[in-house]
Ligand binder design. Structure first.
Ligand code: OOG
Ligand code: MG
Length: 257
């Protein structure tokens, strides 16, 4: 079998050059385990960090029914956020830098304390400095956006960009905030933060558990993306994408060719 190092190079090159690749599990990686996939992810992000991008947080995925149904993968997963993935609120992205990007509405936590291990939702909340409406730009490097759990985990869980809106102290009930994802002012997805595990704080609890498995604490100052609340929408050039979340405001970006 090809080595973990080999596969880490493959997914890193694909992400760096925005070129699609065959699923690893169909191209020499049929024996890879989920643990191998997380090791491939770790090594691929290590390569990116060696080129100068530092870690800024963690993303959770498959935390809503809508996402699980859309992608046909039902295990919760996570990925590593690096600074080169930050898209400015109100800024723009070029399709040239992606394979076949999609966008999904999320909510994001900014941490004020480190978190790791088995914690309660209250302990999770006590570590949150602020929450903000957010969107994730996912871009599977695999042909046709098709993958198994092992493939997608190795590919940093399709993570490729994220944009965060206005930050708010978490001293209000954000368990069921309505949200609308608009393309050029037309609603494409409508949902609620309650779609994220019933309460988005549960996603942070799960993130702390995953952090323990990886032996890599969530750090004060990091952001944790809670996972898509609705299905993701494919991005096309000429689109102004805006997500509005009840009471906490809007976040947007534009898409160019
Ligand atoms: C995998 C990543 C899932 C989410 O928020 O559920 C994810 C994918 O859908 O390609 O980011
Ligand atoms: Mg996501």
């Amino acid at each position: 079998m090809k080595t973990i190092e080999h596969f880490a190079g493959v997914v890193d090159d694909a992400a760096r050059t925005a070129k699609s690749i065959q699923q690893l599990t169909l191209n020499g990686g049929d024996k890879l385990t989920e643990a191998d996939a997380y090791e491939i992810q770790r090594q691929s992000i290590e390569r990116r960090v060696a080129r100068g991008a530092h870690r800024v947080g963690m993303k959770m995925g498959f935390t809503s029914r809508a996402k699980i149904i859309q992608m046909g993968v039902s295990d919760m997963l996570w990925g590593r956020l690096t600074v080169d993935m930050v898209v400015e609120d109100g800024g723009s992205i070029s399709l040239a830098n992606y394979v076949h990007p999609r966008v999904e509405p999320e909510i994001v936590f900014l941490l004020k304390h480190d978190l790791i291990g088995t914690i309660t939702p209250l302990q999770a909340l006590a570590a949150v400095e602020a929450v903000a409406p957010a969107m994730e730009i996912i871009d599977s490097r695999f042909e046709n956006f098709k993958f198994t759990l092992v493939d997608v985990v190795a590919d940093n869980s399709s993570s490729s960009g994220f944009v965060t809106g206005p930050w708010h102290r978490p001293d209000f009930d954000f368990s069921n905030l309505g949200l609308v994802l608009n393309f050029n002012g037309q609603p494409r997805q409508i949902g609620s933060t309650a779609a994220i595990l019933g309460h988005p704080l549960r996603s942070l609890v799960a993130a702390a558990r995953f952090a323990a498995q990886a032996n890599e604490p969530l750090k004060a100052g990091w952001m944790v993306m809670a996972g898509g609340a609705t299905a993701a929408e494919p991005l096309v050039a000429g689109t102004h994408v805006e997500m509005e979340m009840q009471t906490i405001g809007r976040v947007s970006f534009s898409v160019t060719a």
